[in-house]
Design a protein around this ligand. Structure first.
Ligand code: GTP
Ligand code: MG
Length: 135
């Protein structure tokens, strides 16, 4: 069993899609190990997305993720990391995310694609420590 860090981004909270995302996680058979509504500081946003520092969209990515509350979850289960990436769908909701995924079904723009999920065991470990230091 493994753990992954999931975020329902500000667009998902604003649109009332927290339940939709949590429902898909639970229906897949994954478990919630932690769940919290959080306002994201600039500092946390920069650390969370440190791998994208220097890319042209980094500034707008930080503006977006700090634009309103997010719901942060730790999700647990067999192959939880790729399982949630499948639930989320590809980064670009139109070109990459397939129908049946959260982004494929519910999002239009890469810059506001509703959810985040850790992309590797190393990322998951780093992100869970960052968001839930007491877990
Ligand atoms: P996350 O789960 O949010 O990390 O998405 P991801 O792993 O599918 O994509 P990635 O880590 O490569 O990029 C992080 C986020 O930056 C994406 O979810 C997008 O919102 C945004 N992003 C990535 N690439 C682009 C891009 O080319 N243009 C813009 N505007 N945003 C991008
Ligand atoms: Mg990513």
């Amino acid at each position: 069993s493994e753990r992954t860090l999931v975020l329902v981004k500000p667009d998902g909270v604003e649109r009332g899609l927290v339940g939709e995302v949590v429902s898909r996680i639970e229906r897949k058979g994954l478990r919630l190990a932690a769940l919290e509504l959080r306002v994201v500081s600039r500092d946390l946003a920069e650390q969370h997305y440190a791998e994208h520092d220097g890319k042209p969209f980094f500034g707008s990515l930080l503006d977006f993720i700090t634009s309103g509350p997010v719901v942060a979850l730790v999700v647990e289960g067999p192959r939880a990391i790729p399982a949630f990436r499948q639930i989320a769908g590809g980064t670009d909701p139109v070109e990459k995310a397939t129908p049946g995924s959260v982004r494929g079904d519910l999002a239009l723009e890469t810059g506001s694609n509703l959810v985040h999920g850790s992309d590797s065991p190393e990322s998951a470990s780093r992100e869970i420590k960052l968001w839930f230091p007491n877990l």
